[in-house]
Design a protein around this ligand. Structure first.
Ligand SMILES: *[C@@H]1O[C@H](CO)[C@@H](O)[C@H](O)[C@H]1NC(C)=O
Ligand SMILES: *[C@@H]1O[C@H](CO)[C@@H](O)[C@H](O)[C@H]1NC(C)=O
Length: 306
């Protein structure tokens, strides 16, 4: 009798452990919390929270030490969140950065994630380098030489011309994706500071294509790159199997699908970043149940011989 009670007790313990292990993963059993606390957590979740809180290790892969979906090839790279390495950004205050694309790969720009913490502040980019910042989570303020302060929420952005004095500050926490490149000047055209948000940008025509396109910067000659926001419903894909002279840095903000790069087909999901060298064959198909949205750097408006 005692023995069978003991066995029953041990089995119950086993089941309890299993419940904690399985459900603890998805947060059901993490620290007991009242529903009002849950609500606060949900409300503060940014629409791009999958980028800032990525699934580092899908459950069926968690016992595969050394496994990563990241790849680095001569003409492209896929950098997935389990590979991110953050370190203090030079000269920034209280900010960690992870460079995802740099000229060491062959690009003419850098793309990095910046995690700003309490009372953090940016440093200026090097001489003649322009900067674009997009907010993924939290709130930052931008102060420029006129002393004007602009507040940037999730989904908003600022473009800062080369040698334009400014400071980005954050009181609590914020995550940014940042692009910088040495400005290709045309003398007669002068770019200006641009502040905006994705939802304020008009949808543009995409002849022959089905995806929705917004451009965050003016298309005029003063700007030597643009940032595109591209939305695909599940099942939609690029019609043109693109091969072109422009280079790209891409951050998948929502959804999942298959990215073709050269002769490789990569399953990708929100949080993944991609580097595409000029002329690498590229194509995307959105899959799953939800919209795919990505943000894409593209160099434009300059003669390739310059
Ligand atoms: C500073 O920012 C404000 C607000 O965005 C803008 O109106 C002003 O033109 C900027 N100053 C300069 C020198 O660009
Ligand atoms: C898909 O979108 C629905 C409705 O917006 C949402 O409830 C669900 O969590 C999303 N699924 C994924 C996998 O993101």
């Amino acid at each position: 009798m005692l023995k069978s009670l003991f066995i029953l007790f041990i089995s119950l313990l086993g089941i309890l452990k299993w419940v904690i292990e399985v459900h603890g993963e998805s947060g059901f059993c993490s620290a007991p919390s009242s529903s009002s606390e849950n609500k606060i957590i949900l409300e503060s979740e940014s629409i791009y929270h999958k980028v800032t809180n990525p699934t580092l290790s899908p459950i069926h892969l968690r016992d595969l030490p050394g496994f990563t979906r990241s790849v680095y090839r001569k003409d492209h790279a896929v950098i997935t969140p389990e590979s991110h390495v953050f370190s203090p950004l030079p000269d920034w205050k209280n900010t960690l950065g992870a460079y995802l694309v740099t000229p060491a790969m062959g690009s003419h720009f850098v793309m990095y994630l910046a995690k700003m913490e309490g009372l953090s502040r940016s440093a200026l980019p090097p001489q003649d380098v322009e900067r674009f910042i997009f907010v993924l989570q939290g709130t930052v303020t931008v102060t420029n030489v006129s002393g004007t302060v602009k507040k940037l929420l999730v989904d908003s952005f600022v473009y800062l011309p080369a040698n334009f004095e400014h400071s980005i500050q954050c009181e609590t926490t914020a995550s940014l994706v940042v692009f910088e490149r040495r400005y290709a000047s045309l003398q007669i055209h002068m770019p200006e500071q641009i502040v905006g948000s994705t939802d304020m940008q008009p949808l543009l025509d995409t002849p022959g294509e089905i995806f929705e396109l917004r451009k965050l910067l003016p298309t005029s000659a003063a700007y030597d790159f643009n940032i595109h926001i591209m939305d695909f419903q599940p099942g939609e894909f690029l019609n043109v199997k693109e091969v072109h002279y422009n280079q790209h840095g891409l951050l998948l903000l929502e959804g999942q699908g298959i990215y073709r790069l050269g002769d490789n087909w990569y399953p990708v999901q929100a949080g993944d970043a991609i580097w595409m060298a000029p002329f690498v064959p590229q194509w995307y198909a959105a899959l799953g149940k939800n919209r795919s949205r990505y943000l894409l750097y593209k160099d434009v408006n300059r003669n390739p011989l310059l």
